[in-house]
Ligand binder design. Sequence first.
Ligand SMILES: *[C@@H]1O[C@H](CO)[C@@H](O)[C@H](O)[C@H]1NC(C)=O
Ligand SMILES: *[C@@H]1O[C@H](CO)[C@@H](O)[C@H](O)[C@H]1NC(C)=O
Ligand SMILES: *[C@@H]1O[C@H](CO)[C@@H](O)[C@H](O)[C@H]1NC(C)=O
Ligand SMILES: *[C@@H]1O[C@H](CO)[C@@H](O)[C@H](O)[C@H]1NC(C)=O
Length: 269
Amino acid sequence: MRFSSSILLALPAIAVAEEQIPILDRVKGFFSKATAAVSSSIPVVPSAPIKAATEKAASKAAAAIQHPITLENWREVLTVDPTASPPTTQDWLVFITGGNSTCYGLCANATKAWNASLPVLAAKPNPPKFAYLDCEQENILCNTWSVGCPSLYYFQIPKPLADQSAPSPTVRYQPLNRTSTTAQTYKELIVDNKIEDVVPYEGFFHPFNGDIQKYGLAIPYGYITWAFSKMPSWMPMILISFFSRSFMGKRMNPGAPAPAPAAAPASAR
Ligand SMILES: *[C@@H]1O[C@H](CO)[C@@H](O)[C@H](O)[C@H]1NC(C)=O
Ligand SMILES: *[C@@H]1O[C@H](CO)[C@@H](O)[C@H](O)[C@H]1NC(C)=O
Ligand SMILES: *[C@@H]1O[C@H](CO)[C@@H](O)[C@H](O)[C@H]1NC(C)=O
Ligand SMILES: *[C@@H]1O[C@H](CO)[C@@H](O)[C@H](O)[C@H]1NC(C)=O
């Protein structure tokens, strides 16, 4: 009990050390949201219904290409076609997006560009398969992978050999810029294969063989970070001050007016 709770308390620190700093991201997102709120209070001419219609068509086409993934289904979706002959690898590109509370409403442009690019991306030779992860709905999954949005997660999943052994999947994580990501960005990353230059991620949050998955901590961690994100921002401060006080109190009290030893000798010089 004590062991596991201290591990869980250490996790946020590890998360920060892991570079995929979701908390910092959230702080940044807060400021961009404030900026967006200010600029959106300046009235704009409502966009034409034609635009809405094309967007609807694009999202329909996108839905036919990409598989939505959830906490429950991702292990079944992100697999290798069983009919492929053994020494083979299936590439999966997971587009990660969010909504008002997970992306501060700033993922819409990148998501639209993604949906619009999909038919082009899917037409490249040897196309990967595509998946779509909405952190607004799948907050726990995004937390267990420790991913921010918008971003791309590129998985190369080897098919298990006849003896069931499989080399571990290679995963590459590419955060995307909320403001400057366009269809061109996706074309460069995927058609021109720039995403292969991203250094594969090997750490704690690796979705397939990171320690967080090995030790069964992924789901509890996902829920804890989710709870933290739902907490009002002053709450952790109060909790920390409460715990440190009661901790200090316990250390000070036992044996009341404690040692106070050897008063004088230090003043030799
Ligand atoms: C993108 O496509 C998905 C379906 O795959 C859809 O759920 C989503 O609403 C679309 N997003 C935008 C911004 O068009
Ligand atoms: C997100 O926020 C915008 C602006 O605050 C609002 O218009 C929109 O309805 C919200 N969307 C959802 C799904 O809550
Ligand atoms: C999204 O695109 C619109 C129109 O191009 C632009 O006004 C808006 O600032 C963009 N939003 C973000 C978050 O980049
Ligand atoms: C995102 O793109 C904008 C415009 O190109 C740039 O000013 C900003 O620094 C970029 N943000 C990050 C995190 O790279």
